[in-house]
Design a protein around this ligand. Structure first.
Ligand code: ZN
Length: 474
């Protein structure tokens, strides 16, 4: 019996242990059985793991991705973050000065939904519309770098927020958009409004049930759609901060014929790191080994490391954009090689930077910063700061990016204070390059058993993760 058949039998038998809340009418089950008992049409995306450390941290390659199956993506890794297919501030030419770009580009329905009619008229899909020819296109529901107001989901709809405001999506509308966008992967429709602390248990259960129901409806449409042949669906794991609901959501989603999993509702700001680690580890334990797990809304380097240790494979790459928008440059150290002079990684210079920033923090007027500000400040330098006006060093000594090879901090400071658009371009180049190199270091650390060393490098004198622990609710 295939996993999906067992899921259907459990549902049909009303097995409350396996299938506690979701109510599926028999007619739907019959239709689902007809259309979904066969494996999903895809091009055989395959996750090949070369190492699994402590039963959780995974090193490997996602092979055969994209409709033609010619792309691959190393894990742990991140996706290329875009606004409507464009990396903010960068043209395709400037973007390609950065080496080792991810093979998967993320676009979000919140950006695209308002252009549905134009895309329908265009007919050839979003990739061609945005001039993205050689990339795997992943379509998510929300923009991880944009706020998403809550309180607008119903049993049948979710809302996304674009420039004209709120757009309400039913499954039919959601799937019509996917047919027009023509991505290679997409995130199934989900009720993700339970990330705030202390969301009621009833609301969290409803979110898990709705998300499973949305997934089943999406899969049903997907199977009957020629336009989506070869396209992969990622199921969404919800469950707020309630352990039991997280586990139920993971188990039930894993029974469906999905290619991978999105872990939603664990984003930065929703909960402390220790609680996120516990919930993430509990979820990944329930998921099949051979499918990728994408964590949404987490980008800080220390959080990435903790989540890799909890079994996450993929991250959304929005963090360099947020750093750029603050007028800052990533500068944290991730060198674990015995050769400190290696291009793009210069521990001495970065340690110097960290020392400078520590000194600057010590002289803050009130001597106090909130935790979040301290966390972000630790990884970056603020180029708007006056102390950089006559600083003629590159952003990071030894970095091989176009910005660091050609410009100094003093020039970036000048561009920022005069509001020149070039500031965003140069910072985005450096921040993207630095962040992608960090992911390279994570993979190298996993391959060479140096994850503890990498954590010490990245966390610097803080020495450890935030352990102001909160327990998951069970
Ligand atoms: Zn650089």
């Amino acid at each position: 019996m295939t996993p999906f058949c067992s899921f259907l039998s459990a549902a049909a038998a009303g097995d409350d242990d396996i299938f506690p809340r979701l109510v599926v009418p028999v007619s739907v089950i019959v239709v689902l059985a007809t259309h979904l008992a066969t494996p999903m049409a895809g091009n055989g995306m395959k996750l090949e793991l070369s190492r699994v450390i402590n039963g959780r941290s995974r090193l490997g390659v996602l092979k055969g991705i994209g409709r033609t199956g010619q792309h691959s993506l190393e894990v742990p890794g991140c996706l290329l973050y875009t606004h409507l297919g464009t990396v903010p501030h960068l043209t395709q030419d400037t973007l390609h000065t950065v080496s080792n770009l991810p093979s998967v580009t993320q676009v979000t329905l919140s950006n695209i939904a308002e252009h549905h009619e134009v895309l329908e008229h265009f007919k050839d899909g979003f990739r061609k519309f945005a001039g993205l020819h050689d990339t795997v296109l992943y379509c998510s529901l929300h923009d991880p770098a944009a706020p998403c107001p809550t309180g607008y989901t119903t049993n049948k709809t979710v809302s996304v927020w674009g420039s004209p405001g709120r757009i309400e999506l039913t499954v039919a509308k959601f799937m019509a958009l996917q047919k027009t966008v023509q991505p290679d992967w997409y995130q199934s429709m989900a009720d993700g409004e339970t990330w705030q602390n202390n969301t009621s248990r009833k609301r969290v259960q409803k979110s898990v049930n709705r998300t499973l129901a949305h997934l089943d409806e999406c899969l049903l449409v997907h199977q009957n759609s020629q336009e989506l042949e070869g396209v992969e669906v990622f199921g969404v794991v919800e469950g707020g901060d309630i352990l039991e609901e997280r586990v139920r959501s993971a188990r039930e989603t894993a029974k469906r014929p999905v290619a991978g999993f999105c872990l939603d509702g664990l984003q930065t700001g929703s909960m402390d790191q220790d609680l996120r680690n516990q919930l993430t580890a509990a979820v990944t334990k329930e998921l099949p080994e051979d499918k990728p797990r994408l964590l949404q809304g987490v980008g800080h380097p220390d959080e990435v490391l903790a989540c890799v240790e909890a079994g996450v494979d993929l991250f959304e790459g929005f963090f360099p954009f947020q750093v750029t928008e603050r007028g800052c440059a990533l500068c944290f150290n991730f060198d674990i090689s015995p050769d400190p002079e290696r291009a793009g990684r210069a521990p001495r210079a970065v340690l110097e930077l960290n020392k400078e920033d520590d000194a600057a923090r010590d002289t803050e007027p009130n001597g106090e910063l909130d935790l979040d500000q301290t966390q972000t400040m630790y990884f970056e330098i603020n180029l708007k700061d006056k102390r950089h006006q006559d600083d003629f060093r590159p952003l990071v000594e030894g970095c091989g990016c176009y910005c660091c090879m050609n410009h100094q901090r003093a020039y970036l400071h000048h561009l920022l204070v005069t509001n020149e658009l070039l500031a965003g371009v140069l910072l985005m180049i450096h921040n993207t390059a630095h962040y992608l190199s960090f992911f390279g270091a994570v993979r190298e650390a996993l391959a060479k058993d140096r994850l503890d060393l990498l954590k010490r490098r990245v966390l610097g004198k803080r020495g450890g993760m935030d352990t102001s622990a909160k327990e998951p609710r069970d």
